[in-house]
Ligand binder design. Structure first.
Ligand SMILES: [Zn+2]
Length: 301
């Protein structure tokens, strides 16, 4: 049994909000855009090299639907043979195609590992690079350049990822050691056993929902816009978002204590934990969508 759990945890490496979470955030953004900006966004979306696939089976306006799907595109390419895993050893580059500045999967752009330890285990002082914070300026500036449609998808995705608290943090605890006995990171919660069958990162990725259905996505986007008021002045600084996410993760996601999260001693969720986490995730989703809209309105003027 223990072996089985270990295998499951090794295979289920989560990377981002579930695609549904990304799509909800993009729907909030699109529906909040000033009409002038929306026209510019529509033109970029139509110019995306994968527009045909992204707009297929649209249930609302094609451009809106493709924009929503583009938010999940940087995760989609993890399984797309046109692209290659540039962060893997012995990576072999795939042929260049029009519309893409490169064919890399850039799997290290989705998160930033600010470390912490609740039991005073030593940890590295600074996060490895590149990370989502070093790449945000690149993708945001890219909204104006030759590959703007490509960078728009990345921009949507990374704004969403930074608002997922678990994309800003990794925990060090005394019992989590590598083969040589040195303390090691929990990989954004990916190695924290929850309930014996899932992990902390995946739990938080799925909090906005996992029903990949247009009606659910539109319903949840409308609900979040109604439930959460806009900031008076939208905070458009990714460093602030990341810092807030780190603090949220420390105080809420990891509140179960340093001794839990191993395969022997999983963290067992309580209904109260899940309720609080879900409310937080929804607030984060609403913030992400509106902040994304605010940045696009300034950048695409
Ligand atoms: Zn991601």
């Amino acid at each position: 049994m223990k072996i089985a759990v270990g295998l499951v945890l090794a295979c289920v490496q989560a990377f981002a909000w579930h695609p549904v979470g990304h799509k909800i955030i993009a729907a909030i953004c699109y529906d909040e855009l000033p009409s002038k900006t929306r026209a510019k966004v529509d033109a970029l979306v139509r110019a995306h090299p994968d527009y045909a696939a992204l707009s297929a089976h649209a249930t609302t306006k094609k451009e809106r639907w493709a924009f929503i799907n583009m938010a999940g595109w940087p995760d989609d390419i993890k399984g797309d043979p046109r692209f290659y895993s540039d962060t893997s050893r012995n990576a072999v580059a795939t042929p260049s195609l029009p519309g893409f500045p490169d064919m890399k999967r850039h799997t290290d752009w989705h998160y930033v590992n600010f470390y912490f330890s609740p039991d005073n285990t030593p940890f590295p002082a600074t996060p490895p690079t590149p990370n989502v914070l070093t790449q945000m300026p690149l993708v945001t500036d890219g909204l104006k350049g030759a590959f703007a449609p490509y960078y728009l998808g990345w921009f949507e995705h990374l704004v969403g990822d930074i608002h997922e608290p678990m994309h800003n943090i990794s925990r060090f605890v005394a019992w989590n050691k590598d083969r040589n006995g040195a303390p090691q990171s929990d990989l954004g919660g990916n190695s924290v056993n929850v309930d014996g069958f899932t992990n902390l990162h995946a739990v938080w990725d799925d909090l906005l929902g996992t029903t990949d259905d247009p009606d659910y996505i539109d319903w949840m986007a409308r609900r979040l816009r109604r439930e959460f008021h806009a900031e008076k002045t939208p905070d458009v600084d990714p460093e602030h978002w990341s810092h807030a996410g780190f603090e949220l993760a420390k105080s809420e996601a990891y509140k179960f204590g340093a001794e839990f999260g191993s395969n022997d001693k999983p963290f067992r969720r309580t209904p109260d934990y899940t309720r609080t986490a879900q409310a937080l995730a929804r607030k984060q989703g609403a913030l992400a969508g509106r902040r994304m809209a605010a940045i696009l309105a300034t950048r695409l003027n």
